[in-house]
Write a protein that binds this ligand. Structure first.
Ligand code: SF4
Length: 237
């Protein structure tokens, strides 16, 4: 058994080596509804209802791209919506875009993203088979952790995104995503390696790839979490 764990860890460790802003818009707050509340208090249905997920995602992405719902809008180069396959097996949700993501508009393309790619490969999946997004869609200056106000302002977008993607399983990467999805402000160590649910979607919490780059000793723990996901995927067929 010890040999098997060592071999698996070795495999993983080997693999792991300004757009203009609309000023009349506030994002939907604490709501999964399709209503958008304007600053003058008027309400409008901006987010599509039960429509084709591709169209729904396009509508949502356009809405996010013009969002001025929190102070992060001022420092971004562009929003980073997310990418991947709707109806996928696994949706990975991280914290917020970094410098490379802000520059490219794509999630997880920096060093942490390259590690995530290797983690996905170790799961016998491809990036294209998954969906990758962040809780917060704009880069916090200096890559600081987004504050609760910023996270709360952006959560309605993630809720709708999950609804449209409808993944079989969600993997929350890091404390911000874990706290946002579980609603519990606790350390990763207390939330990881167990099943949680988001509506009827099972999800696990594990370390953010950036944290794994800082502390290699956590890779084995992350791999144990990902093995849970792989087993659940097999179980779901
Ligand atoms: S982080 Fe989210 S809520 Fe804040 S401006 Fe960007 S898209 Fe809007």
């Amino acid at each position: 058994m010890k040999t098997l764990v060592s071999e698996i860890s070795a495999v993983l460790e080997g693999l792991l080596a300004e757009e203009s802003l609309t000023t009349d818009y506030l994002p939907p707050i604490r709501s999964m509804s399709s209503d958008v509340i304007h600053m003058d208090g008027t309400q409008e249905s901006r987010i599509a209802g039960p429509v084709d997920s591709k169209v729904g995602l396009e509508v949502l992405q356009k809405q996010v791209s013009g969002c001025g719902g929190c102070d992060l809008a001022r420092g971004r180069t562009q929003t980073v919506f997310g990418e991947g396959a709707a109806g996928c097996g696994v949706m990975f949700i991280g914290e917020a875009p970094g410098a490379e993501e802000d520059a490219t508009g794509r999630p997880f393309v920096g060093p942490a993203g390259q590690l995530l790619d290797r983690m996905i490969k170790a799961m016998n999946l491809t990036r294209e088979e998954c969906y990758i997004a962040n809780v917060v869609k704009c880069r916090p200056p200096g890559n600081v952790t987004p504050n609760p106000t910023q996270t709360e302002a952006c959560m309605p977008y993630l809720r709708r995104q999950i609804e449209l993607i409808a993944p079989e399983i969600i993997v929350a990467l890091g404390r911000v995503a874990a706290n946002a999805l579980t609603g519990r402000v606790e350390a990763i160590a207390r939330l990881r390696h167990q099943w949680h649910t988001w509506g009827d979607i099972p999800f696990v919490v594990t370390y953010h790839p950036a944290a794994l780059l800082r502390d290699q000793s956590r890779k084995k723990l992350a791999w144990e979490d990902l093995k849970m996901v792989m087993a659940k995927l097999r179980q779901l067929g």
